[in-house]
Design a protein around this ligand. Structure first.
Ligand SMILES: [Zn+2]
Length: 164
């Protein structure tokens, strides 16, 4: 049975389960997020945001790039797409989990003409080998805000986020 982390709690699921893939990424292979356009390569999809630091056009594009950054253990991309109001001082994915699939369940606003949006997703992970192997998923409705033209992750919907 899949575990669910973080939904409705006061801190981000991503901080509880973060990880790295030990497989080298081929830029011309399918994007780890599955593709904003289904089947897109890393270079066409999240690579544009992660490698060039280009702002994503939608909250969903940024959410997908954050999933891919977790799978690549790219803490820098996670940091720069996290709202300064809520982000931790350091974002350092830990190398004990492999991210094996992303499903975007729901998207509310978060488009080019919006200032806020919600992206609900399920992200599957596995850890360990053989009989110590574990698997689970993160299921979160993430809030995003646009700030200075960039979509930024704020936190799980329903979490108590205060301040500015
Ligand atoms: Zn992608």
């Amino acid at each position: 049975m899949a575990e669910t982390f973080g939904a409705g709690r006061g801190s981000s699921a991503w901080l509880k389960v973060s990880g790295v893939s030990d497989e080298a990424l081929d830029r011309e292979s399918r994007c780890p997020c599955g593709g904003l356009v289904p089947g897109a390569t890393f270079a066409e999809c999240c690579g544009r945001l992660i490698e060039s630091g280009r702002p994503g056009e939608t909250a969903e594009a940024v959410m997908r790039s954050r999933y891919t950054a977790y799978s690549l253990a790219d803490g820098q991309h996670l940091f720069r797409t996290w709202h300064p109001r809520t982000r931790p001082e350091h974002v350092e994915p830990e190398p004990w989990v492999r991210w094996v699939g992303l499903e975007v369940v729901d998207v509310v606003d978060g488009g080019p003409s919006d200032d806020a949006g919600v992206v609900e997703f399920r992200a599957a992970w596995v850890a360990g080998e053989g009989h110590t192997r574990q698997r689970g998923e993160v299921h979160e409705r993430s809030r995003f805000e646009r700030r200075a033209g960039r979509w930024l992750y704020v936190g799980p919907e329903g979490a108590d986020v205060t301040g500015s």
